[in-house]
Write a protein that binds this ligand. Sequence first.
Ligand code: DGT
Ligand code: MG
Length: 435
Amino acid sequence: MMEFNECGPAADPQYSLQEEEEEEDDDDDEREWRCTVDCINRSLLTPAAAASGELTGDSYNYAIQDTDVPGYRVIVHIDLDCFYAQVEMIRNPEFKGFPLAVHQKHLVVTCNYEARKYGVSKIMSVSEAKEKCPHVILVCGEDLTPYREISYKITELLEGFSPLVERLGFDENFVDITKLVEKRLQQIGSGGVPADLSVIDHVYGNRALNTADAKHVRLALGSQIAAEMRTAIYNRVGLTGSAGIASNKLLAKLVSGTFKPNQQTTLLPESIQDCMGSLMHPGQVPGIGPKTAQHLAFLRIGTIRGLQTFPLDLLEKDLGVCAAQRIHKLSFGVDDSSVTPRGPPQSLSDEDSFRRCSSLVEIRIKIESLLICLLTRLQKDGRTPRTIRLTIRRTSATNKWFNRESRQCPVPNQLMQKLNTEGVKTKCSIRVKPD
Ligand code: DGT
Ligand code: MG
């Protein structure tokens, strides 16, 4: 891994989007929503009140002064459909229309919707996929370069709609379009909202739109903008995606998967509780990671309702005030976290399982090839890294997260100079010493 920052951990490990997180075997298994709960000033609203849309202010005034008022924000979550598979179909158009699976080592990491019809699914072994669909086209997806490149293209495209775009993995983005919605409201002006204003595509729970309700109007306009974004992604990059439109990140992410592929769903405030209630357990709430879910299970909290009704003071004692308040609010669909653009990644990394390596020579060849890939990316990036780190993770049958060992050092000046003058073809010299 190459880091652009000073030595030390690259970024907030809670909910960061480091390149390395997007690789297989990511150790950030506690992907929790960034904690923005104000632990000193408790919210003026109870979560239930906030979730039900009981906000102060004139709901008939469509445009609001403070576009950051929770409940009045309009957030879009876009998740590209079968991302790696779509990229492979762009690279090889002859694959279009046929069942296709992308694998890394022996695992299918995704497959197109044609393959899904045969029962092929993500994280299925290649042999099982072949059993389900003998004529499935298998493409190796171990080189992430094409996915990474298209992924950043999509984010850039979305930034053309709003500067507030937050990447979440390779194929998901949150976009805060509140300001854009405000602009459209201004364009509508005093003439009033057109009576035929409608939500594009699906409304969660089939709720009827009430054009006299400010939040409904804002979300309906949001659904139009989301549809424009999806059209732009398709026209300019050739990819389809599914979108969720809601008043916060949590809800937008939750509903974006309701109808897939290539569809979108808007959540009106009156359906928030139904949407939260549809989740089987707290671990399904985006922002509640597996460790917290495990902890909740230990407290015998196994359902969303159970979490909502669990005494907050007890939860605070167990999880700490900040975390307890955060997940309690999340269980009601309340999420105040803002869409935070993160800019370019603070580190670049590559990894391999070294499964087929059984000698130092093979290890050396493998590390050199990883380093060359990294240097190629570094050269394209254009920034100068400060630190290089090598991490070894020894997996065991019982726990694959432990036994992580790292060594790091400043990137040698000569390496960068050589890279600048001779390019990546520079021979990488690695010394692998036995312990
Ligand atoms: P979707 O969203 O259900 O239509 O399908 P995908 O393929 O877009 O799935 P998603 O959004 O969960 O993940 C985006 C890409 O990330 C996917 O195309 C392949 C990769 N990916 C997903 N799950 C895993 C995993 O468990 N391991 C690895 N290495 N890659 C994964
Ligand atoms: Mg996806």
